[in-house]
Design a protein around this ligand. Sequence first.
Ligand code: 2AM
Length: 174
Amino acid sequence: METQRLFFGIGLPDALQQQLVRWRADRFPDDAGRPIAAANLHLTLAFLGEVKSETAQKLQQLAARIEQPAFDLDLDDAGHWPRPAVVWLGCQRPPRGLLQLADLLRAQAARHGCAQSAQPFHPHVTLLRDAAPRIALPPRGFHWRLRVDHFSLFSSHYARGRTRYQALASWPLT
Ligand code: 2AM
């Protein structure tokens, strides 16, 4: 049976990806962790895992029916999770629209057999993986605002030591 590793998420515009990569290079030492490639910087809404094509189709149909307005996302928080060993950017106050969208996608995924993590959804953009156990985070005061007017289904491929994400389909938030 053909499966694909999939997730719903919000892609970041190229210009923002470049800004974040420059900021990361300025603010974190080289040994802080393994930097995520600029093109891979994104925010996951619902991780689906390895999914059969019928399930993916069904979840795409449901995603297409979502009617929600666009919202602004303020990336103004950073954190370090020692357990998955990641450093991330997030929001001090996540917009309600973001939480509603993620809740809905996660509930639909769970109903179609894509087990969702028991941990509460914490929206974040992973910046570093294999992060060192102790990291000095940049002091608050940084801030990027992003208008989110669509979300996407991404596939994740790992080949020759690299992960690549590809947007397979996108839906507007209007
Ligand atoms: P992460 O960045 O916090 O690791 C593609 O792998 C995306 O799905 C990543 O953003 C990753 O989050 C997320 N992801 C991977 N495995 C996951 C899991 N088991 N539960 C929730 N999210 C997961």
